[in-house]
Ligand binder design. Structure first.
Ligand SMILES: [Ca+2]
Length: 424
């Protein structure tokens, strides 16, 4: 190798070193700028929040500990008896609001579209306050197959789960595309359940109440020969009807219906899966005294018996009940201070509410109270009352990003807002 080449190589190496140093300096400067931007943005946001809500200047954080409170902010209103809100998972950011009369409306960019996504009101019975269009679930592959499912009371008052498709207009469903997936006759007009949701396993879960009247006169809650009082788990892979997953818990039990996933429920009006862990939270509406939240871990094989109508919450409803035979709720509350009926919500997995992440949020229809419950490191459950509202909380719902909304039966959709202040 000649001296010239060696010298040349030295120059090139030096050049690379210099370039590396420049890169390092460049990235260091960039990092510095980025972190100061983030800090400034955080402070700006905190300042805006504090300024708009409490008119306090934000003092130095080093001296203080944060105090978190929650409030509600109206997103959209004018709905007629809304009972659910959800998203299509198709990256459009649209929200779908279900009105009990049978209409599904779209909220996009904060505005409600004039024409409904779907109007099923001609198929739906509204003879009792618990009948109507009660649930909506979009297929996890909706972006590709345009398929979604509704749960409603038909003109006879019986339960129908129906499959429908979107039309060539993304904001309009094809009203004529409906085909029944399953039906359940209803002995009475109340306790129809209503929730339908896809689990992390891709199966459709359907919530049914005990059939109604009061006190479960036919003891459906403990009867595995009826769907009433259960959550069903079915596969909708087949284009017509449904099939039963081979690993459903009662497939081998000749005395039980194979669609049943869990039972012993009175009226599981709302249940949901944690979108991160796959855990299932079931809010079961109580009879006279106790409202309850049940928890089913993601690795459950199904078959849980949640106790109704032998138990109401942690308490005997029928004489001689044996509480040890049943899955106990993780939370319950007694009818008092205006509470009457639990409305299940979601485990919060959004970005906006930093202190609520991982907590399950739920409420009461009559009192408007909103609570959270979350698991501690030791495995206990911690409850907190976070908002005393004036709303009739008919449901909660999530958008595509995991932000949670509150549905007011009086017509409004609300966002939960986190208010952080700093105290000495
Ligand atoms: Ca129970």
């Amino acid at each position: 190798m000649s001296i010239f080449v060696k010298a040349n190589r030295f120059c090139i190496d030096t050049l690379y070193v210099l370039i590396d140093i420049r890169r390092f300096v460049f990235f260091a400067v960039l990092l510095g700028l980025f972190s100061s931007c983030v800090t400034m943005r955080d402070l700006d946001e905190a300042d805006n929040n504090v300024g708009s809500r409490t008119s306090l200047a934000i003092p130095s954080k080093s001296m203080q500990s944060p105090s978190v409170s929650y409030s509600l902010e109206l997103l959209a209103d004018g709905f007629q008896k809304p009972i659910y809100i959800t998203h299509a998972g198709d990256s459009t950011g649209r929200l779908f609001v279900v009105e009990q009369s049978g209409i599904i409306r779209i909220v996009t960019g904060g505005y409600v579209l004039d024409k409904p996504f779907l109007d099923l009101s001609d198929k739906i019975s509204r003879r009792s306050s618990e009948q109507g269009l009660l649930g909506l679930a979009f297929d996890p592959d909706y972006s590709n197959n345009g398929q979604f499912f509704v749960h409603y009371s038909d003109n006879n008052g019986d339960t129908v789960v129906m499959r429908l498709f979107v039309s060539s207009d993304a904001n309009r469903a094809n009203h004529q595309s409906g085909s029944k997936v399953l039906e359940q006759s209803q002995p009475y007009r109340n306790h129809n359940g209503g929730q339908i949701a896809f689990g992390p396993d891709g199966y459709l879960y359907v919530g049914l109440g005990d059939g109604g009247l009061a006190g479960d006169p036919h003891k459906n809650g403990q009867n595995l020969a009826t769907w009433l009082g259960s959550i069903l788990r079915v596969s909708i892979e087949s284009p017509v009807g449904y099939t039963v997953p081979s690993d459903n818990p009662f497939v081998e039990n000749k005395d039980a219906l194979s669609e049943i996933w869990a039972y012993g429920l009175r009226n599981p009006w709302r249940f949901s899966f944690d979108r991160i862990t796959g855990d299932l939270y079931i809010a079961d509406v109580g009879q006279n005294d106790w409202e309850e939240i049940n928890f089913q871990p993601a690795d459950s094989l199904g078959g849980e018996n949640y106790g109704w109508s032998n138990m109401e919450g942690n308490h005997c409803y029928r004489l001689g009940c044996e509480s040890g035979l049943f899955s106990a709720p993780i939370a319950e509350y007694r009818h008092s201070n205006g509470t009457c009926s639990v409305t299940g919500g979601y485990v919060y997995r959004g970005e906006a509410l930093l202190h609520m992440r991982g907590s399950y949020v739920y409420g009461d229809f009559c009192s408007g109270t909103i609570w959270t419950i979350s698991r501690t490191m030791s495995g206990d459950w911690d409850e907190a009352l976070i908002i005393e509202s004036e709303l009739q909380i008919s449901s909660f719902g999530e958008d595509e990003f995991g932000e949670v909304y509150v549905v007011d039966y009086a017509g409004g959709i609300y966002k939960i807002v986190e208010d952080i202040s700093f105290k000495e």
